[in-house]
Design a protein around this ligand. Sequence first.
Ligand SMILES: [Fe+2]
Length: 355
Amino acid sequence: MIRGFVSANTKSPHNIFSGLLKFEARWYCSISFGFKDKISPELCDNLQRNGYAVVDEIFEKVTIQQIREEVLNMYNGSHMHKNCTHLVNNATKRLVEKHHIHEAELTLDHNIQSMAPVCSQLNNDRSLPVMLNLFMPKLTLESQAIKLQVNSGGGGCFPCHFDSDEQVDGRKVTAIIYANPMWQPGDGGQLRLYPFPYSAPIDIEPVSGRMVLFSSTRMLHRVLPSAATQRVCLTVWLSQLRSRQRGSPLFAGSPLSSTFSADSDQTKQIASLMQPHIRNHVLKMVYAQEWAESIELSHPYTLERDGMVEQHWREVEMIRKALKSCEPTIQYLEDVCKNSHESMPNLHKLPISWF
Ligand SMILES: [Fe+2]
């Protein structure tokens, strides 16, 4: 039962109405205030420079708890559907179910909205895109879509992927909000980000009240297997209107930022490899083995899963052939990432355009 409705039902019609208004106003304030308070110039600077940013205690604890209860009520009432990988091959499209992952589309489904009033407040609130546009005006975010998710444990996870592609839709920023008050390190389910070539992969714990922001198109990520019985999160996708989308340059300057000195053939080659569309292919090559394993971990065994893994290796082989002349440089980047103690100041000055 949702707090606030119980006492309101025992009052006069007028008081019921004012009780509901107070109820909605309370959650609205918590959500709106959270974004306005926590989305700072410093956070946006981190997002712009590193491709991701993390903020804790985005909402009051009671709001996070209410969101968790709403999502679990939907899960327990069988109002969520299984998450599937969309497998496209030779113009045919098939769905391959993942283990233990259930979802509901909040923004698209009025029935879901009516069952989850606090989540609906989040859906109706526009403070997050407004604040991001304020400090990152080139994003020009115009819409948001929210998905609710329960990972029921048993090793439920997601394979390596990018959330979107400029050719597919207007998604620019992904925000994930976690509602797991009992989460402990042994529970797994960390979000793994790959901010290549700045550092080795980074694991972010799905602790309650935490929000992670990252580039939808250029941040490779996966979710590690979860042993927790019920890992709850909300994903907010923030999009530009498609008519506004434009190719963003790789670097702040042209062709290279003045902060990055392309003083050798190798540094020129690194700059070339870090162009967004090429960098995504490089990532597939560098993390090929982990990528393949993550596909296997995320789906129960089927012939389709075998097909996905085979298709992955075919793509890796094609990329390897296409980038053969750059192999020593890619190996060098991989070594730098794996050995973070090695100083490579010039590389860290490479200003990748994440958005
Ligand atoms: Fe994702």
